[in-house]
Design a protein around this ligand. Structure first.
Ligand SMILES: [Zn+2]
Length: 185
């Protein structure tokens, strides 16, 4: 769900080092190899820890990012992906419970590296797979947290029609609906 302007790099406008712009938290664009590598270098150079995960047959890694990188969306999940061969950078705000992080990141990993950015219903499809990975012991708490996350995300995106298309919102709304169904069991 790429909507907005294409950018030459992920460089943060307020810093000289490679980084991320606030817009990178908002819209579903496909990134170039240079942008992905620049983002990775920025996160590494900033000292943000990268955590490896093994969930069933999947292995991936994510950065734990300060919530202050995007205070307007609390909590946030960060994704910088493009062509599969160009690698990826995933991240999550430090305000997300540690035990929830691998599953919320699995969602992004599944949606953007397995399903693909151009497939309709990719978000809710990723959500169902994500929920199947969550242990029963934390499921109720997790579904509650993800419901709040999607509610906030939709509210945040609705305020930025220039950055999100109705299709983007439809993807998020389908996931929110699936979460509400899951709550009811
Ligand atoms: Zn999604």
């Amino acid at each position: 769900m790429v909507v907005e302007h294409a950018r030459k790099s992920c460089a943060h406008p307020r810093t000289k080092v490679h980084g991320v712009r606030a817009e990178d938290f908002r819209h579903m664009k496909s990134f170039t190899k240079e942008e992905i590598e620049g983002t990775r270098a920025y996160f590494s150079n900033s000292g943000f820890p990268e955590v490896p995960v093994k969930l069933g047959s999947r292995t991936f890694a994510y950065f734990v990012l300060p919530q202050s990188l995007e205070p307007k969306l609390a909590p946030f999940v960060f994704r910088c992906t493009g062509k599969p061969e160009d690698g990826y950078v995933l991240g999550i705000a430090d305000t997300v419970k540690e035990e929830h992080r691998p599953y919320a990141i699995a969602h992004e990993f599944i949606e953007f590296t397995e399903i693909g950015i151009n497939r309709p219903n990719r978000c809710s499809a990723a959500l169902l797979e994500e929920l199947s990975l969550v242990p029963d012991s934390i499921k109720k708490d997790y579904i509650g947290a993800r419901t709040t996350f999607f509610e906030n995300l939709i509210r945040y995106c609705e305020q930025k029609p220039e950055q999100y298309t109705p299709c983007d919102l439809q993807e998020f709304s389908a996931s929110l609906l699936a979460l509400r169904k899951a709550i009811k069991g």
